[in-house]
Design a protein around this ligand. Structure first.
Ligand code: BT5
Length: 248
């Protein structure tokens, strides 16, 4: 039984983007925890308007939230989603899933899932937060993504019903979201750290203005990545972080 997340699930056969649908519902004040799911997306989105390949066979959905937290702690919501995915995947299929900052879930060094968080905040706080989750379950991975993406079917050698995975992810998210509401950020950070293998890895960080190289030393109290760059620890808020293979 869930408290908030997944109390209502709206299902589409096909949608442009479930995030787009969920944002529209959030603007109308739909019940918190409403999930919009599509079997197929025709305009699936990643961060920075990148595309998200989402044909039939995968699990593509978005959740509407109205968290009562400071906008500076927004990353907690994304963390809640990525931890939930990693834990659910392990629970349902025993795959070795780990999180790559900020929002990717990886299996065998390739991306199995991504999270896109879109929000509207004012000085008074959040009007809404929409958390979009895409998990490659049985969908084929196109050739151009084969070197960096993987599906659950590929790693398990058998098909898992996305509808079976959905309640597992929702249940995990529900527990973690309650932790956010109770201000248990430190516990969330510890769980995130338990689910990553990035600590100590050498990384390339592409920021808006430059590219820097360093070694991951942790994350801070609001989820920013800490990277040691020539003895100086920088905090990465946004940006793309690539692990330099062979490190760790
Ligand atoms: C993400 O962006 O990882 C966020 C993905 C969120 C998708 C969900 S599905 C439900 C909801 N509705 C939406 O429209 N979106 C959300 P980012 O970190 O920017 O990664 C995007 C990059 O991942 C692309 O540029 C590709 O290189 C790669 N990519 C595209 N499709 C992929 C897939 N199915 N699996 C793994 N990698 C993929």
């Amino acid at each position: 039984m869930v408290d908030i997340i997944g109390r209502q699930v709206i299902r589409y056969q096909r949608s442009g983007s479930t995030n787009e649908e969920a944002v529209e519902l959030a603007k109308k004040g739909v019940e918190e925890g409403t999930v919009v799911l599509a079997k197929e997306q025709t305009r699936g989105r990643g961060r920075k308007e990148r595309y998200w390949h989402s044909p039939e066979g995968g699990l593509w959905f978005s959740t509407v939230l109205y968290p009562d937290i400071e906008p500076s702690s927004a990353m907690m919501v994304t963390m809640c989603a990525s931890i939930a995915i990693a834990q659910a995947l392990r629970r349902i299929s025993s795959v070795d899933a780990c999180i790559k900052w900020p929002n990717d879930v990886m299996v065998r060094g390739k991306k199995i899932a991504g999270v896109l968080t879109e929000m509207h905040a004012s000085t008074k706080g959040f009007r809404y937060v929409v958390v979009g989750i895409g998990i490659n379950v049985n969908n084929p991975i196109p050739e151009e993504l084969e070197d960096r993406a993987v599906s659950l079917k590929d790693v398990c050698d058998s098909e898992i019903d996305p509808e079976e995975l959905l309640p597992c992810v929702l249940k995990e998210m529900d527990i973690l979201y309650r932790m956010i509401a109770e201000g248990r950020y430190q516990e969330m950070i510890s769980m995130w750290l338990d689910n990553t293998d990035m600590i100590g890895m050498k990384v390339r960080v592409t920021r808006e203005c430059d590219v820097v190289y360093g070694q991951v030393s942790g994350i801070d109290e609001v989820g920013r990545l800490l990277v040691d760059v020539d003895g100086e620890v920088i905090r990465v808020v946004t940006g793309d972080v690539e692990v330099i293979r062979g490190s760790g």
